[in-house]
Write a protein that binds this ligand. Structure first.
Ligand code: R5P
Length: 285
């Protein structure tokens, strides 16, 4: 199988190729003078080969690159697509009259034999993809391994809302660390109200875990609550480090000890690689 890394997931693709004892295919990524993107697969003949394209769609131009790569692989025998972070997945329904279901608009553009995502925000949107199989991979167990390797004081893993409990539970199942959750109500795009449950966190190190950190509003508010209740260090763990605008500054201002994420989006916070998870799934097709 040939592994092709898109411009936004070159490191992850290289790590997946290494897991499979292979090397990633080299591509050329360029731009025309008018700003339009250009992609060319440079090495390796992909005709009648099985190929796997790995590219997150964090930005709009990442999505264009993915579509171009799928098109460039037209002569392959089998096309697999791994989208470690699928952008627009949170607009999975009409919240107000007249809105686009952006997640549907995006996924409808994708055609492949097998499509893999990682902790996609809403699994039902995968049904819009034109593929024989779609699979959403679960990265929280890998996060658990990393949390275990931190030298934490009487640790507790906490989900910032009930929707993220499964992440805390999975990470906890790997580590034996206790877990709990907070109660969140969203007020606006970057404002949330968080209430605590009755948990004793005095003097404990807490790891807040979520699928993604976007504006940091949810986590900043959660850190404030935990600190006010006597938590020692508060760490943040997420699968997707969207970290939009000034989220990092906002979180350190709120008193976070460190931010840990996976490489579904390649950032400085991406300490945990999902490469073994992806390689394992590719080995099964
Ligand atoms: C929401 O459903 C998600 O799981 C995250 O909690 C949310 O996207 C985080 O957004 P923000 O960082 O902007 O509060």
């Amino acid at each position: 199988m040939k592994i092709i890394g898109g411009p936004a997931s070159q490191l992850l693709a290289s790590r997946v190729a290494r897991e499979l004892n292979d090397k990633p295919v080299v591509c050329e990524f360029d731009k025309f003078p008018d700003g339009e993107q250009y992609i060319r697969i440079l090495d390796g003949d992909i005709e009648n080969e099985r190929v796997t394209i790995i590219q997150c769609t964090y930005t709009d131009s990442d999505l264009i690159s993915l579509l171009q790569l799928i098109d460039a692989c037209e002569d392959a025998k089998q096309i697999n697509v791994v989208i470690p972070y699928l952008g627009y997945s949170r607009q999975d329904k009409k919240f107000k009259n007249g809105e686009a279901i952006s997640a549907r608009a995006i996924t409808r553009t994708l055609t492949a034999d097998n499509v893999f995502t990682v902790n996609v925000h809403e699994k039902s949107i995968l049904e819009y993809i034109d593929a024989n199989n779609t699979t959403d991979l679960e990265a929280s167990y890998l996060m658990g391994n990393h949390i275990e390797s931190l030298d934490l004081k009487n640790p507790l893993i906490v989900a910032p809302d009930s929707g993220a409990i499964y992440l805390a539970e999975n990470a906890s199942s790997k580590t034996g660390i206790e877990y709990d959750y907070l109660e969140k109500e969203r007020i606006s795009g970057d404002e949330v109200s968080i209430k605590t449950k009755n948990m004793d966190i005095t003097g404990r190190d807490v790891v807040l875990i979520d699928d993604m950190i976007a504006t940091g509003g949810t986590m900043a508010e959660s850190i404030k609550i935990l600190k006010s209740q006597g938590a020692n260090d508060v760490y943040l763990a997420c699968v997707h480090p969207v970290l939009a605008k000034n989220a990092v500054l906002r979180l350190f201002n709120a008193g976070v000890r460190d931010i840990i994420s996976t490489d579904t989006i390649e950032k400085a916070e991406s300490a945990v690689s999902v490469a073994p998870l992806i390689a394992d799934s590719l080995n099964k097709i």
